[in-house]
Each structure stands twice: as structure tokens, then as C-alpha cells.
Design a protein around this ligand. Structure first.
Ligand SMILES: [Zn+2]
Length: 415
């Protein structure tokens, strides 16, 4: 029996599998369109399952269509050490978002299978249903139900733009499995993912040791002034809601800048009424979102925003209504899982740095029920959710190697 250390993943096999998977739903511009619960999604799931079976794993499917490939451990009583991600894509998606995390898990299974190495805890590779949220909203449905954040029946009733329900689409592709979704112990969860941002590439790092996900607060703001004639209303008598929105947008941007490097501040939607070029705008709807890994900092941003927005509104004579419509808490990952990722990157000699996840991932939900960490690798120019999304075979292999090492650390830790 080989000792489960210094196992090396097969970089070209990982790359070839990613390229093979990317043929399913391949677009003319080199990307992938494989929306969740379509025939293409079924084809990709079938391929993944056949590869895992060939690597000695057994497949189970739960009632949300989440697929689990399990490799037995020496101690069947131990909770599995799990990895995984998603194989659905955006309509103009790339080859790596999600697919990388699943193929990296497959490569872990294959490496263990071909070397005959046993682990104490079982190893599982998960394919989470509908991470992207492109066809059915919200995103991260499979992991969301698994972790008790969403209710299964409510999610299954969600419909796409053609009126097809999630439940119908799931049954149609034959992936409405028999297993209950969630409610079982997971010993640890790791997810490999491309960074989807520019930080690792700019910093010349191969591995991002992801320490958690940032908190988010989303708002809807309504500014109400008075519509009036653009030619006859003197400047000092105007109650221009769009002017208020302009100052508010600049203020929101300023809040982001004053809480750097970690803060993000964005106004994404603005609607001014009555949309007439010779009427002073009387009403504006505006969306605002703040993100920060530290809840205390985010609270400060929230308080500054509310105080400054009130000042701007009163200066221009506007009524102001701000509703916070969503608050996603900061998600710190597990200290031991993070340390396992960092130690693996260190011992393999990969340039690495700590990083916060700016985007949503299945791992952020899994962190609520299991010790969790993520491994990021660079993507070209930080571009993702785009057909030109690219990552190097070397970086992808490095992330997969770190994944294997970190999973072995957890799977063989004293139980
Ligand atoms: Zn993803």
C-alpha cells in the first residue's frame, strides 16, 4: 500500500478532460453554452458519471439532481471529505468556470484509483445543480437546498422564461434522484475554481488560498423631487431627483474607495422619470450594493451611505427612501482547511497568497454545514462569464495538486 503522500496528479489528463467536457455545448467563439437541466447538461452529467465509475467510484443522485461520486474510505463510519463545483454555464460562458472544480475532483479520484491509495475517510466529488442561476433564479440552488438555505419544493416550483419548472426540467433529463438532498454529515469541503478576477495574475501568484467570502448588502433607493419645466424653473428652485442620484452615485463610489483594498461599491441600475429632455426629473430609482469581507467595515459603509444620502437629499429638497433588500453575511472559511491549502501550496513550491472570494460559489453555502476552504487559480486578464475565459494548464494542475494534498490531509487526519 503506497503511503498517501507525494501523490502527483496527471496534468495532461486533467487538461484533456476539461477540453473534452467543453465540447458539450461548445460555441463558435470558443466558449460553452450549457444551461442547467438541458439535454447538454444531461450529456455532461452522464460523461462525468461514466468517468467516475471507470475510476472506481459509485454514483448517487439526490432529489435536487446533485450528483455525488463516492470513493470508499477505510472507515465507512467517517463523514466524506468532499470536493466539487458545477458544470452548468452562463449562456456565453467559458470552459473553466465550475467545470474546473469538477474535473479537478475527478482527477483526484483517478489519481487515488490508479495508485491504489486508500484514505481513512471516504472521498466524494459533487456536481451541484444550477450554480449559475442563468436559466432558473436564484443561483446556487443545488448547494442551497443541500445546506438548508432553500426549501426543495419552493426551488422545484421556480420557472424559466418559457414557463418550464425546475422540477419538470430535472425529471425530463432523468436526474431527479432518489436520495434526500442534504441532511448528512460532510467531513470537509474543498472547491477549486478559477479566480474570476485579476488579483492572482497581477500579483504573479499561482494559488489563491481563499480565506472566505465577502459580506454583501444590496439596496434599492427611491429619490422623489418635483417634475417641472426645464425652461422656466430657476436653478435654485429645482428639486431634481436625477441630480440627487448623480451625487449619490459619486458618494457610493467614494465610500468604496475609502474602504480599500477590500471594499466594493456599485450602483448598477438607474431609472429616471419622466424621461423627458425638457422636464426636470422628479423621480429616480437606483440600486446600490456594497461588499466587504469584514461585517464591521460593511456596517460602517452602510452607516456612511445612509447619512450621506440623507444629507444629499435634504440639500436638494428630495424625499429619500432606502430599502435594504438583501444581506449576505461574511463567510469565513475553516482555519484548518485554509491551513491545509496553504501548507500544500507551500510544500509544492507554488507562489501563493491569501485571497477573498468576490463572487458567489457553492463552497460559500457548504461553509455553513462543513469545514470548508477554496483554492483559486489565475484566469487570463481576470475575465470570466465570457467565452474567451482562459486559464493555463500549469496553473490548473497546480490547483488540482493542492486540492489532492489538502483532501488527503483531511481524509487521513485522526478521526
Ligand atoms: Zn462557478
Amino acid at each position: 500500500m503506497p503511503t498517501p503522500t507525494n501523490l502527483t496528479i496527471n496534468a495532461s489528463r486533467l487538461w484533456d478532460s476539461l477540453m473534452e467536457l467543453a465540447k458539450i455545448g461548445a460555441t463558435a467563439k470558443g466558449g460553452v453554452c450549457r444551461l442547467t437541466l438541458t439535454d447538454l447538461d444531461k450529456e455532461a452529467r452522464d460523461l462525468f458519471a461514466s468517468w467516475c465509475k471507470a475510476a472506481g467510484a459509485t454514483i448517487s443522485v439526490d432529489r435536487m439532481g446533485n450528483v455525488f461520486a463516492r470513493r470508499a474510505g477505510r472507515d465507512p463510519a467517517r463523514a466524506p471529505v468532499m470536493t466539487g463545483s458545477h458544470i452548468d454555464t452562463q449562456p456565453t460562458g467559458g470552459k473553466f468556470d465550475g467545470a474546473y472544480g469538477v474535473m479537478a475532483g475527478l482527477e483526484v479520484l483517478r489519481t487515488l484509483h490508479e495508485t491504489g491509495v486508500e484514505t481513512e475517510a471516504p472521498i466524494e466529488v459533487a456536481v451541484w445543480t444550477n450554480e449559475e442561476g442563468a436559466r432558473f433564479a436564484p443561483a446556487m440552488m443545488g448547494s442551497g437546498v443541500f445546506t438548508g438555505i432553500f426549501k426543495e419544493d419552493e426551488i422545484k416550483a421556480k420557472t424559466d422564461r418559457d414557463g418550464v419548472s425546475f422540477g419538470e426540467a430535472l425529471a425530463k433529463i432523468g436526474y431527479a434522484g432518489p436520495e434526500p438532498c442534504g441532511g448528512r454529515e460532510v467531513g470537509a469541503f474543498f472547491e477549486c475554481h478559477i479566480e474570476q478576477g485579476p488579483i492572482l495574475e497581477a500579483d504573479g501568484k499561482t494559488i489563491g488560498v481563499v480565506t472566505g467570502g465577502q459580506a454583501q448588502r444590496w439596496y434599492e433607493a427611491n429619490l422623489t423631487g418635483q417634475e417641472s419645466h426645464a425652461g422656466t424653473t430657476p436653478m435654485e428652485r429645482r428639486r431634481d431627483a436625477l441630480l440627487g442620484a448623480a451625487r449619490l452615485i459619486d458618494m457610493v463610489n467614494h465610500i468604496g474607495i475609502t474602504h480599500l483594498p477590500a471594499a466594493r461599491a456599485t450602483c448598477g441600475v438607474i431609472e429616471a422619470q419622466p424621461q423627458s429632455r425638457n422636464t426636470v426629473p422628479g423621480r429616480v430609482f437606483l440600486t446600490v450594493e456594497f461588499r466587504h469581507p469584514d461585517e464591521v467595515e460593511l456596517k460602517t459603509m452602510d452607516e456612511t451611505f445612509r447619512a450621506q444620502a440623507a444629507r444629499i437629499a435634504s440639500e436638494i429638497g428630495l424625499a429619500l427612501d432606502i430599502q435594504e433588500i438583501w444581506h449576505f453575511p461574511a463567510t469565513p472559511f475553516d482555519a484548518d482547511c485554509i491551513a491545509a491549502v496553504r501548507a500544500a501550496a507551500q510544500s509544492r513550491g507554488y507562489a501563493h497568497r491569501d485571497i477573498i472570494s468576490g463572487a458567489g460559489h457553492d463552497a460559500l453555502y457548504m461553509a455553513r454545514v462543513a469545514p470548508t476552504a477554496m483554492i483559486f487559480v489565475p484566469c487570463a486578464d481576470g475575465i470570466s462569464h465570457n467565452e474567451i475565459e482562459a486559464a493555463s494548464a500549469g496553473d490548473l494542475a497546480a490547483g488540482c495538486q493542492v486540492l489532492l494534498d489538502a483532501m488527503l490531509h483531511r481524509a487521513n487526519a485522526p478521526g
